[in-house]
Design a protein around this ligand. Structure first.
Ligand code: HEM
Length: 181
């Protein structure tokens, strides 16, 4: 994943637990360089190792860390040069969700090797929508849950997220029923 993801993990850990903890995490993950270049692609494995190391050192389950990271990402990207892109992606929760592929498409102009997940929205109602998620990676669902919560906050909505049975032909997809008030 692009270095901006690892950099955001670093900043989240430094902010919440201090720079010393981050040094321990980095060491445990075997990352030797000083920091991450935001626009350089790194192996996905490094990101997973950072999360695993942080989970052990901070004694927090990896899924809980990924979820907290997803929520943080919405604020982080807004402050680190992607605010305008987020604004352009929609001014209501459902319109934003329907523009997620377009948003990552814009990001890939800056990050040509981006391998983003794909999203599809179906069954839209006034206060609910079904979000279909497809990724090349395993284990990122907790991050997605945090991202959706973060988006809910961005739009002042309390979002309830239920994973529902995948009844479509593509079995790699994961489907969530979102409701908000
Ligand atoms: C301007 C804001 C955003 C930027 C700059 C951005 C960029 C990225 C980057 C760099 C990655 C790592 C993938 C790679 O490097 O190949 C990623 C992954 C991801 N993004 Fe975004 N993203 C943004 C907003 C969002 C939002 C709002 C969502 C909400 C659903 C989202 C969902 C995800 C998920 C779930 C992943 C994990 C990878 C996976 O599932 O395979 N992103 N994004």
């Amino acid at each position: 994943m692009y270095g901006i993801v690892n950099r955001a993990i670093e900043e989240l850990i430094v902010e919440k637990f201090g720079a010393e903890k981050w040094e321990e995490v980095k060491d445990k993950a075997g990352f030797k360089s000083e920091g991450f270049m935001t626009l350089k692609p790194y192996a996905d494995e490094l990101t997973f190792q950072l999360v695993a190391a942080a989970s052990e050192i901070l004694n927090i389950p990896a899924d809980a860390l990924l979820e907290a990271f997803g929520e943080y990402w919405i604020l982080y990207t807004a402050e680190r040069g992607y605010g305008e892109m987020l604004n352009l992606a929609g001014d209501t929760l459902p319109s934003f969700l329907k523009n997620l592929n377009m948003l990552h498409g814009r990001v890939s102009n800056l990050m040509p090797e981006l391998a983003p997940p794909q999203f599809e929205c179906i069954n839209e109602q006034e206060n609910s929508i079904d979000l279909i998620y497809r990724s090349h990676r395993n284990g990122m669902v907790p991050m997605l849950l945090g991202l959706i919560k973060g988006l809910g906050k961005r739009f002042g909505k309390e979002v309830v997220i239920q994973q529902v049975e995948n009844n479509i032909s593509d079995k790699t997809a994961v489907i969530f029923h979102l409701t908000w008030s």
